[in-house]
Design a protein. Sequence first.
Lengths: 346, 346
Amino acid sequence: MRQKRTTIIDLAKACNVSKTTISFAFNNPERIGKDTYDLIMQKAQELDYIPNPAGRNFSLKRKQTIGFLLPQHFEGTLSNPYITQVIQGIGNICNIKDYTLTLIPPFNGSMNEAVYKVSVDGLIAMGINVKMDVVESLRKMFIPFVTIDGRPGENMPTININDKKASYDLMKEVLKRGHRKISIVALKENLFEKDSKFESTTQIRMAGFEEALNEYNLSINNDNIYIYDEECYLEAGMNVAAKIVKDNKKTTCIVCMSDVIAIGCITYLKQNSFKVPDDFSIVGFDNIQTASIVTPHLSTIMQPSVEKGEIAAKTLFELIEGNAIETLHKILPHEFIDRESLKDIN
Amino acid sequence: MRQKRTTIIDLAKACNVSKTTISFAFNNPERIGKDTYDLIMQKAQELDYIPNPAGRNFSLKRKQTIGFLLPQHFEGTLSNPYITQVIQGIGNICNIKDYTLTLIPPFNGSMNEAVYKVSVDGLIAMGINVKMDVVESLRKMFIPFVTIDGRPGENMPTININDKKASYDLMKEVLKRGHRKISIVALKENLFEKDSKFESTTQIRMAGFEEALNEYNLSINNDNIYIYDEECYLEAGMNVAAKIVKDNKKTTCIVCMSDVIAIGCITYLKQNSFKVPDDFSIVGFDNIQTASIVTPHLSTIMQPSVEKGEIAAKTLFELIEGNAIETLHKILPHEFIDRESLKDIN
DNA sequence: CTGAAAGCGCTTACAG
DNA sequence: CTGAAAGCGCTTACAG
């Protein structure tokens, strides 16, 4: 076996033709003579020549890949089925376009550094805001991008559900069923959102909760409403349930901003001989598959995660191909799914 | 705002220096004078210059990304938590190396075509065999690669558990508890394995099952053992459970090659008022997180999925960096996890 | 401390 | 039908 990969020059020499002709053989065979073509293909076989996509892509000023900016490191991102499903959706479109999907973790904690070093035709991010550094970098680099669960801003395509309404709907259900002592488990803000000057999804959902609470003369600062912040892991859900039990505030319902956390709560409570929903009602957010597997089945807000990814990717490809996009800020439907974990205590 | 991305040439002109100097400013600032450096940085700001990683990478003959060859399209791959965890493991190492991870779906159904078009420093694949086309292509392209759950072959690093022993252990437990009428749900072979001349993980696990069965004077062809092939989806698990019920062969235990399928079975059976494990015992394979969430908790074979990914990635980076690797074929430990879904019927 | 030039592996407008 | 040459955006050995 040879020592280095065969290049177009090696093959050109071996065939006594120019690089141009080799290139044509592989990309526009109709432009060259049959004999030349046959010779080239035969020699290509002999020399194990496979055109190097890196060279081709560089010359064509494209990358044949789009990027997905992970909101956190891999472990924190891929352990959340909601995000995994968004990635599935993006992937479905990549499949159609024969593109690959580059997963981009923060480079030593910084999204912006990651963006600097990355080579993609376009980018999808979660939860970014027009005013963030990343957005400015992306613009300087002329990299098209769209954001999922980010705040709509000028000239930045976004895909969202109506988070405020969704969380309002969720809390409203909880209140309708008679719950007045409520523990809210919010999402710890991610890397993008650390900067408190930006409105985050967490904050928006809080506003939705508040609106529903107000209708019942309650508010987030009320003595009966308790707030917890957690990372989005099953274990975090178990820990927060332990805290809630220990705090002993007579909470009747735990409202989580994520199914993963809600399922963690259920798991902990069951392990510790509490009855769900008799001792504690629990609701979640996202409607991941496990929500309908866990016992009791989790009542939650369904959001179309795969579709979010698909629409984001479709939009991104429009941008990459230089086409106009119909709607800059797309809002997808959500729905309260009533299963077993929310009890009517009226 | 300008119309095109600023290049090194634009900046060189604006600063009245050579491209070399610009390049040094960004990569070896100690090699140039302070004044020149300051000027360059200031102009870079003004002109929104960010070095183009595509150019840099191409020049350096690297890609700063490794690839993961998806065994199927995105949806089928990412909906399996086992694979998602392998990807997490790979990602953990990418994080350390400041590399991105490129997910590569088959290009119109062909892994080989995908490989042809892709530009990565190295590749991790699942379930490939030395004799496959992909392997030959990868070699022609001088792309280092390692395979997870593939058949060990010369000069191809592999990461596996001992699948034969693991499935033997699993079946042995089932038999020890008195089960004699057993339905086995095998994995439908994936793209890589379609070619029946290659030994697949499915086949190896079957051999492990057989070995245990033989010890009890049973065999796969025995009248009491029923074989089903299914894709690795929850829905497929539900369907196969329906079939098993309908076939009415007095099966007492369903042995699945994947937790996803096993959980699908449980879900179906519960929905249809069967008791697990009283009416049917069920065991799985992988030990995904949901295995300990579903009721009854699933007894299964644990395999270290995240670690598989991590070791694969570490090995790949050794290859990329031209270092020697200690063990060509790594075998990781597995373990039978006894939970609630396998009943002793002795 | 700085620059001219060659090179990374291709594509393609242009000429013949 | 085929080729010489310029170009994609950088890096770097070499010279001064």
